[in-house]
Design a binder for this molecule. Structure first.
Ligand SMILES: [Mn+2]
Length: 246
């Protein structure tokens, strides 16, 4: 059977110094590429751009979509003004990701959002974010771990009756954590299917779309240290995408 092509949303990296300060690179972190490849998919980086026709054509090439991590989501997109602890945003990249979601849904492709990806999904469907987790009233753990990305630092509890539970096959696991923003209001028609022990939402899924999953941790960085979980997450996307790749 033909291996499905998994598109990975790209970002822009701007040189701070070196020979060409200010120079733009189109890029994704290699761990996404490795995770797709390791689990039976063909990785295809979707370069960031602002042309909706081009983005539509890019989505025509793929069987499944990964929304990768990176920038904070622009608060205007969830009807808030920017607060002091907001970090770097990219309204153009928000628009790129929103268009990728729209076009992927038109084609009924499976969609997996990671880190910024869960935040973009929640925002696109009408939810909101805490611009920084310190703005949350309740006691909140450290979610920006000061530890290797290949190590895991906090627990999550997975909801029993959920697609994510079917994927992971367990109620509790320990994950890595590299986010300073967290979900606030959950988007309509979504379920929060995993929480950290402080109550922070760590995964969401659509109630009515076959495969539309957002994950707050970074399974792609755990392909060597947690190969089973990495395989479960990326394998589930690739399995779903296989149905499109005929
Ligand atoms: Mn976390």
């Amino acid at each position: 059977m033909k291996k499905p092509i998994i598109g990975i949303s790209g970002s822009t990296l701007i040189d701070q110094d070196g020979i060409f300060p200010g120079y733009h690179h189109s890029y994704v972190n290699e761990d996404y590429v490795i995770s797709v490849q390791k689990n039976g998919g063909i990785p295809l980086i979707i370069p960031f751009n602002t042309d909706h026709e081009v983005i539509k054509e890019q989505v025509e090439q793929i069987d499944g979509l990964i929304l990768s991590g990176g920038h904070d989501v622009t608060p205007i997109n969830y009807h808030e003004e920017p607060l002091e602890k907001l970090q770097e945003t990219s309204p153009q990249r928000d628009d790129f990701d929103f268009t990728l979601i729209k076009e992927a849904m038109t084609r009924k492709l499976p969609i997996l959002g990671i880190c910024r990806g869960i935040q973009i999904i929640n925002t696109y469907f009408g939810g909101s974010l805490y611009q920084d987790l310190s703005y949350r009233k309740e006691l909140t753990y450290r979610h920006m771990q000061k530890y290797s990305p290949t190590e895991v630092t906090h627990h999550i509890e997975v909801q029993q009756q959920s697609q994510l539970h079917d994927i992971l096959g367990k109620n509790s696991l320990i994950v890595n954590s590299f986010h300073h923003q967290i979900l606030k209001d959950l988007a309509p028609n979504f379920k929060a299917v995993a929480h950290a022990k402080d109550g922070v939402i760590e995964a969401i899924e659509s109630k009515d779309y076959p495969y539309l999953l957002g994950i707050q941790w970074h399974p792609e960085m755990l392909h060597e240290s947690q190969p089973v979980m990495n395989q479960q997450v990326f394998g589930s996307l690739i399995k779903e995408a296989t149905k499109k790749g005929i």
